[in-house]
Design a protein around this ligand. Sequence first.
Ligand SMILES: Cc1cc2nc3c(=O)[nH]c(=O)nc-3n(C[C@H](O)[C@H](O)[C@H](O)COP(=O)(O)OP(=O)(O)OC[C@H]3O[C@@H](n4cnc5c(N)ncnc54)[C@H](O)[C@@H]3O)c2cc1C
Length: 454
Amino acid sequence: MKQAPPPAQDAGTARQWQNWSRTVSCLPARAPVAASLAEVREAVAAAASAGEPLRVVGAGHSFGDNVATPGTLLSLDGMKGLLDVDAQDHRVRVAAGTRLWELNEELDRHGLAMINLGDVDRQSLAGAVSTGTHGTGAGMGGLPTLVEAVELVTASGEVIECTADDPRLLRAARLTNGALGVVTAYTLRVAPAYRLRERLSTEPLDELLTRLDAEADAHRHFEFFTFPYSDSAMVKRIDLADGPGGAAGGGGTAGAGGGEVRSRTEVAPADHLTMAEAVALGRADPSRIPELNRRLSASVGVHTFEGPSHRILISARNDRFVETEWALPCAAAAAVLTEMRAFVESRNLPVNFPFEVRFVQGDEDSLLSSSYGRDTCYIAAHVSEGIEHRGFFAGLGEIALAHGGRPHWGKWHDLDADRFARLYPRWEEFQAVRRELDPAGVFANDHIRRVFGD
Ligand SMILES: Cc1cc2nc3c(=O)[nH]c(=O)nc-3n(C[C@H](O)[C@H](O)[C@H](O)COP(=O)(O)OP(=O)(O)OC[C@H]3O[C@@H](n4cnc5c(N)ncnc54)[C@H](O)[C@@H]3O)c2cc1C
């Protein structure tokens, strides 16, 4: 097996590993890059027999210390691509290290597409699924709900295929935060390639908050961003390009996925400040952030975009930030967002990124799904790199917890196992599977011990 420096992160040095937001780093003793199932088993066996921890790293896009380890940091960057395609039944088997952008391109070549996606496509498939990554769409679940089978290497080195034949195991293995073993492949449900049309506009926030459920139900994808200190929302409504405006939970059917994105400006923005300019100005003088946020809100205008689903759903994130995100019952969405904005504004906090609000269908497919058992509104908060986030994020966490919120597994939170046990109705079932598959804690690090207990 190749021994390599830790997988390339933009800001990584020779052996030091750093996450994307540059808030977590570690110095692993070993950083192998596996290219086969045999090499994964070899790495797990070596760690288990040495009594050393092993963590798997995807693209390092988690904002917490999920990945950091002083032991073995295993990358699956050598295990990528489609392993099997059933274009008739819309099912694919995918190597776990495949980046989402690579998956999207490969699916497109087969006339297929993901049923939904999050905001970006830089993550590995396994990292995204293992933390419950989601997009927006009240008629569809997060990425783990698309998983029909999981190939997992456990602490004993055994390779198990988790399928619907053993629903308890499959429900545990979809969303694991890397606590059950190394996922090497998934079988996914996908859709025929489809095209989407997006309308982006700026609207008064208070009016929007009165009709969130209706908006979420009316569109295949609906979300909005709102800056603290501004009273407007930047709203995205996305529907099938050739289909009805209503939600289409099962994926698209309209046309092929190929082609470029076409855009049209209906109303030009009133201001032309870019996010990068605002971040630089706000960093130089944080007292300007409220004014800059209001100007950014006026820098949107009204636009439509049309193109292949994976090009419309995915955005570039060029300005580095730190993020926390809470999964809430939809009925609490407006109240929680209002309290969170007041928390920032009453303390005059230098928050220069918008809140992001998204909607996802409840599921019971994963024991640890943050949308377990209820239709969910996700509210995310961000600040740009370099701005102190812990106190701000902890304050938002208290607000969310008071409304029954659950934190995103891949984003900043400070909760421990006692608290999680109260948030997840089937917590003990997951813990039992973990005790069976990893009794000695080979896949544990400080984060896993905090979140799941010893
Ligand atoms: C710019 C940006 C945008 C984002 N947008 C969204 C969004 O729109 N929606 C959303 O929900 N989240 C979003 N996220 C969060 C992100 O999707 C998750 O944190 C995801 O886990 C990152 O994937 P990764 O490949 O980088 O995984 P990593 O951060 O490297 O790992 C995440 C976890 O998965 C485990 N893991 C990784 N690979 C394996 C494997 N093969 N087997 C077992 N365990 C494994 C790791 O050990 C770790 O616990 C975003 C993050 C960033 C930085």
